[in-house]
Design a protein around this ligand. Structure first.
Ligand code: NAP
Length: 333
């Protein structure tokens, strides 16, 4: 019987996905691996679950758990190759012991595809990265920061016939889901606005104003957390439909981008500054255009352009619904 090792259940995305997943698949045994303890009761109440506490420093524990599960959901660590490596060591052990190949279902991130322009201007491209084109997916390497180093390890493993790998690649994910498993117990992370919003707001807070570069017409792809969950559900169905016939080269066919809209950096800066001013984190909602070197630690996400297609995701019937970024930011406390 299939069993799942699940990383990231307390996170913005993983905590929302588990609710939809358990509704549709109530029986499959799941082992959750996380540091925090607040969700333990809710996770046990899902039935057929095990909770293991640990950190991403305990690589031997992750490897051991990966070796005893047939599906590994990594919805927690897209930027730390040591965690991916530990998962893959476990997957290889399982293959050598049972002769069967595990599935790794991995959340990457569309930060990989920012064009690294430092101008802050919109720069169109004739060839946006298309998730439905295996040759585009083949171009992803460890050089695609910040998620490429993990992605590359997974491509290599799939190519060697060690793992069957499927990717969902969200853009900047905003909003907290009403379906987050931690909501009923008031878990702080169930109400967190998301990792991308956190990076951007922390940057504004440290600079003291809303920031963009140059003309602020550069664009960044964003998506509501509930739309990423609906995409992840469709991709899981795809896993079920394809896993028995998976060939190593298929890894390049199973990459799914999740973007709802491309937002100009000047408009994003204004909305985030308004949010931070309302929260009392900065004194006014002023926005300023600055040079790339002065745009803080998220400069790459502010000045560059992320132009990508979601054709593979749409081929599954994915139709993101929003709400849009600005409506969501208005509603944040
Ligand atoms: N949100 C975005 O904008 C976005 C965009 C693209 C890609 N992604 C990727 O998607 C994945 C999920 O993102 P998210 O925003 O849902 O993440 P998140 O809200 O930051 O949640 C992170 C999860 O990882 C666990 N975790 C973090 N550090 C850990 C450690 N040292 N040891 C053990 N567990 C640890 C947390 O568990 P604890 O309860 O123990 O803290 C939590 O369940 C990540 O890989 C992220 O890079 C996110």
């Amino acid at each position: 019987m299939a069993t799942i090792l699940y990383l990231g259940v307390s996170g913005q995305i993983g905590g929302a996905f588990i609710t939809s997943f358990r509704e549709k698949y109530p029986e499959i045994p799941i082992t959750f691996y996380l540091r925090s303890v607040e969700l333990d009761g809710a996770l046990r109440n899902l039935g057929n679950t095990t909770v293991v506490h640990g950190t991403f420093d305990q690589l031997h524990e992750i490897e051991k758990l990966a070796s005893s599960h047939s599906l590994i959901f990594n919805f927690a660590s897209s930027m730390d190759p040591s965690v991916t490596d530990a998962i893959l060591r476990g997957v290889r052990t399982r293959k050598s012991q049972t002769g069967t190949m595990s599935v790794v279902y991995h959340l990457s991130g569309a930060g990989n595809f920012v064009d690294n322009s430092e101008s802050g201007d919109y720069i169109p491209t004739d060839h946006p990265f298309d998730d439905a084109n295996p040759d585009d997916v083949r171009t992803i390497t460890a050089a695609n920061l910040p998620n490429g180093p993990c992605d590359e390890l997974l491509f290599v493993a799939a190519n060697k016939g060690e793992a069957k790998v499927y990717f969902v690649c969200p853009g900047g994910t905003y909003g907290h889901s009403e379906r987050h498993i931690g909501r009923s117990i008031g878990l702080a992370s169930a109400f967190a606005p998301g990792r991308w919003i956190d990076y951007m707001t922390q940057n504004i807070e440290s600079l003291g104003f809303g920031v963009y570069v140059g003309s602020g017409t550069s664009v960044f792809g964003v998506v509501h957390v509930d739309d990423i969950v609906s995409l992840m559900m469709l991709v899981y169905q795809k896993i079920l439909n394809t896993v028995n016939n998976y060939e190593p080269e298929d890894v390049y066919r199973y990459w799914y981008n999740g973007i709802y809209s491309e937002e100009p950096s000047k408009k994003v800066a204004a909305a985030l500054a308004k949010l931070q001013a309302r929260r009392g984190k900065i004194t006014s909602f002023e926005t300023k255009s600055v040079a790339y070197k002065d745009a803080g630690f998220t400069a790459r996400y502010i000045a560059g352009n992320m132009l990508i297609e979601c054709n593979n995701s749409k081929s599954l019937g994915w139709a993101p619904q929003g709400p849009d970024l600005y409506t969501t930011l208005e509603q944040l406390e």
